[in-house]
Design a protein around this ligand. Sequence first.
Ligand code: RP5
Length: 162
Amino acid sequence: MKKVGVIMGSISDFETVKPAIDVLKELGVPFEAHVYSAHRCPAEASAFARGARENGFGAIIAAAGKAAHLAGALAAQTTLPVIGIPVKSSTLDGLDALLSTVQMPAGIPVATVAIDGAQNAGLLAAQILAVSEPELAEKLDGQRAAMRDAVLAKDEELQKKL
Ligand code: RP5
């Protein structure tokens, strides 16, 4: 199976990014996680993205806060799918990172999840790989079924209270 690259702009982003890593671990998706800043070590960030396809990656998650250029900067160097996580790490509550990540100019797409939406980033990366991994697709279907059952169980509880 292809790997997922999980890149964060700073080690201070780690706790926010961790749910993406947890999802990948739970689903048995291979991954590598790195700290590469678009601003503080742009050469290393670019080199990772340029080599990602030949190094066995199938998707990249990029998490950054403030003027969050990381996802776009990585996407500029690869045609692998890039998923951006805007991180709430500033006085602007993550709105700055959301806009920086989501407002990509035409030609270089970044699939942006919610502010601090790392769990969905992990799931979306897994869904991308699952296009050609039937066993992974089955695991994802299983998770959806469990989610549905949990909601319907809560509905049943609610009906008893009413
Ligand atoms: C961004 O600036 C990082 O992604 C982080 O969210 C934010 C603050 O970084 P540190 O100053 O904590 O390293 O580049």
